[in-house]
Design a protein around this ligand. Structure first.
Ligand code: SAM
Length: 262
């Protein structure tokens, strides 16, 4: 009688926004115990150092413009490896379900009858503003926060910018740098005023973090004069104003994580 190998399992794991100290304990333990890790470009090199040599690592080189494998091929790889009985970690920048295609991957796994688990990560949408001294909510000026993608899967903006709530709301825009001028125009055409504050946080939570602040009226000139590198996040709303006030006593420590390395 043929023996069937038991099915493996796929973990959709958030690696956090860049600072390796923000990796969760659950994610860290799995990185040491799984059989294979499939990871992409938003993953910090520092985290790769935690992964023992015997674990298979598949770098799919994924960024918007440079993918070695299509999304379908990545999903198929997860299914195939799990069917071989492997414990698969699909490691993603930030949180897997925050603009990370984790939802699509979970659907594929479910349809293929593969057991899966999600390990949420610290999203850049929260952490990058925090490290910049920008609280995404504040009782005095932001009772809600809206997470937005600057482009959708087909590169055609689907967001209804004119319907976005302005009062007491913070906008956090992912993948929006290419479209920042269009986004600003859309907001100015709806109910946003030219003096609304905006921040662009480049490489948030990493040693390369760079923060630009301006208003909707001045941001286009600022990015023309000083082009933004990706990854970067746009934050719009009154909360941006807290940065100047909070910055003087804000420090971000980098933990010595050498004891966690393989
Ligand atoms: C495909 S989305 C993935 C988001 C991720 N799942 C998360 O929760 O942070 C990629 C976008 O996230 C944002 N991003 C990711 N890491 C970032 C960082 N360290 N600093 C600023 N923005 C970042 C950028 O807007 C980038 O284009």
């Amino acid at each position: 009688m043929t023996q069937h190998k038991p099915l493996g399992k796929v973990y959709l794991v958030g690696a956090g926004p860049g600072d390796p100290g923000l990796l969760t304990l659950k994610a860290y333990k799995l990185l040491k115990q799984c059989d294979i890790i499939i990871y992409d470009a938003l993953l910090s090199e520092e985290i790769v150092k935690f992964i023992p040599d015997h674990i298979e690592k598949v770098f799919i080189g994924k960024s918007r413009h440079h993918s070695r494998l299509s999304q379908g091929e990545v999903e198929q790889m997860m299914v195939d490896k799990a069917k071989e009985g492997k414990i698969v970690v699909r490691l993603k920048g930030g949180d897997p379900f925050m603009f990370g295609r984790g939802g699509e991957e979970a659907e594929t796994l479910t349809e293929a009858g593969i057991h899966w688990e999600v390990i949420p990560g610290v999203s850049s949408g929260i952490a990058a503003p925090a490290y910049a001294g920008i609280p995404t909510t504040h009782r005095d000026c932001a009772s809600s926060v809206t997470f937005i993608t600057g482009h959708d899967a087909t590169n055609k903006p689907k967001v209804e910018w004119d319907k976005i709530r302005k009062a007491f709301n913070t906008l956090v825009i992912f993948m929006g740098i290419t479209y920042v001028k269009d986004i600003v125009q859309q907001l100015l055409k709806s109910n946003y005023s030219a003096d609304t504050l905006i921040a662009i946080i480049e490489s948030g939570t990493t040693p390369k973090q760079k923060v630009r602040t301006a208003t909707l009226a001045t941001i286009s000139d600022l990015v023309d004069a000083d082009p933004v590198e990706t990854p970067a996040l746009i934050v719009i709303g009154d909360v941006v104003g807290y940065r100047e006030k909070l910055k003087p006593f804000l420090s971000i420590s980098q933990l010595d994580l050498s004891e966690f390395e393989k």
